[in-house]
Design a protein around this ligand. Sequence first.
Ligand SMILES: [Zn+2]
Length: 68
Amino acid sequence: MKWRCAICGRVTPQPAVMLGAEPIGPKCARRAGLLKLAKRPGSRLSTGKRHAPQRDPKTRDLFEGLAA
Ligand SMILES: [Zn+2]
């Protein structure tokens, strides 16, 4: 999936800041001061870093027991 910067409309390979569902490229984010804002607690902006997928301990493995 290609991200398009919400400010300049250019394709941005890795958005620096997510404004809701809208990606913002690193240059625009820096120019608009969004990087600092995104790091503030309670900010609705988020840095583009994706969270690693978390294992749900309540969910069993699909093929549990087969690999033993
Ligand atoms: Zn941009």
